[in-house]
Design a protein around this ligand. Structure first.
Ligand code: NAP
Length: 320
């Protein structure tokens, strides 16, 4: 935390409600780039607050959400999606007029539904989602580089304050991200296919392997480098976070799942009837898509907590 900051503070006081992987990465990035005059953290327990101070993530920490947001210019909810409503209600009395409230939740329509009704007049709500993460959780797991070269999607409601949107965008850009503005329903649909369905598939495959006979299961682990390993990393993602994502993006996930089921049935038929051309043509097409991901610089990179993995072809950061 002793690096010389490379920016002037964009906000006087920033309150981070929930300082786990994302909240602590943000705290570290804000410190590194000098983007906040003061950082306040919220943890549910006194021990949690002490831990945030020990890790030097915040200047002060509070277990009462209303106290944490007192006089804050920017408040960012960084908790599991299902916790947003209670926290928004609890922090509302402490919000000052003119404050910007944002979040980092992986679904956007549900967050707007849950948070917006509690926000007092004169508070600007600009929901957001950094498309960056790892399978680790908690305040120790974060790192300042997490958002570098990653997209952050902001989903301002109609008529949102332009200045607030601009200021929040500048904060994320200063953390190294590219900001995109999107309609919340579109966000949820896009993320259902790019993130939510892949996680569901990983959870399913690893679950299927776990149900195999003991001897086969041992071999799955032993020979996991052949593809299974990548699924196990995704399937190690936080159970609460992912429970909330599926329950709060139900429609979009079910629609994508339906399309996926149809496509997998077509592949099943191609394998059954020996239609090699069908398989080869799909695999060539998907290889092109991978090239596009790499060219966009979104293939995953360096996690400073696991530097030994940086030189392998294994992406460590993942898009959540
Ligand atoms: P995390 O590491 O588990 O941290 C979440 C923090 O929220 C915890 O440190 C916990 O703090 C607090 N919390 C948990 N349950 C709570 C509750 N019921 N009420 C109040 N506070 C609670 O999770 P994360 O990965 O940072 O995820 C946070 C948000 O970011 C989620 O909404 C997720 O959808 C989104 N997101 C995650 C990723 C990713 O890859 N992980 C990527 C992009 C967006 P205390 O225990 O100290 O109170």
């Amino acid at each position: 935390m002793n690096q010389v900051p490379d920016h002037q503070p964009l906000f006087g006081k920033v309150a981070l409600i929930g300082v786990g992987l994302i909240g602590s990465s943000l705290a570290r990035a804000l410190h590194r780039h000098g983007l906040a005059g003061e950082i306040v953290g919220h943890a549910r327990t006194e021990e949690g607050c002490v831990r945030l101070l020990e890790l030097e993530l915040c200047d002060s920490a509070h277990s009462d959400p209303a106290e944490a947001v007192q006089d804050a210019d920017l408040v960012i909810l960084c908790v599991p999606v299902s916790a947003n409503a209670d926290l928004a209600e609890a922090m509302a009395p402490g919000l000052k007029r003119g404050a910007i409230v944002s979040d980092v939740g992986s679904v956007k329509q549900a967050v707007i539904r849950d948070v917006d009704p509690f926000l007092p007049e004169g508070v600007h709500f600009i929901p957001g989602h950094p498309i960056a993460g790892t399978e680790h959780s908690g305040p120790e797991a974060g790192f300042a580089e997490l958002f570098e070269n990653r997209y952050v999607i902001l989903t301002p409601p109609p008529g949102a304050d332009e200045e607030a949107l601009e200021k929040l965008s500048r904060l994320w850009q200063a953390c190294g991200s590219t900001v995109e503005v999107m309609d919340p329903a579109h966000h949820d649909k896009v993320l259902a296919i790019t993130s939510h369905l892949p996680h569901l598939i990983a959870y399913t495959i690893v679950g299927t392997a776990a149900n195999l006979e003991e001897s086969e299961r041992r071999e799955v682990v032993k020979y996991s480098a052949s593809g299974f390993r990548d699924f196990t990393r995704i399937a190690a993602s936080d159970p609460i976070m992912w429970r909330d994502i599926f329950l709060n993006n139900r429609e979009a996930v079910l629609e994508m799942l339906q399309r996926f089921s149809e496509d997998i049935t077509a592949l099943q038929r191609a394998i059954r009837w020996g239609e090699g051309e069908t398989l080869e043509s799909l695999f060539r097409h998907t290889r092109e898509i991978r090239r596009g991901v790499v060219e966009l610089g979104q293939a995953g990179t360096f996690d400073p907590r696991e530097p030994e993995k940086a030189s392998t072809a294994e992406p460590i950061r993942k898009e959540d």
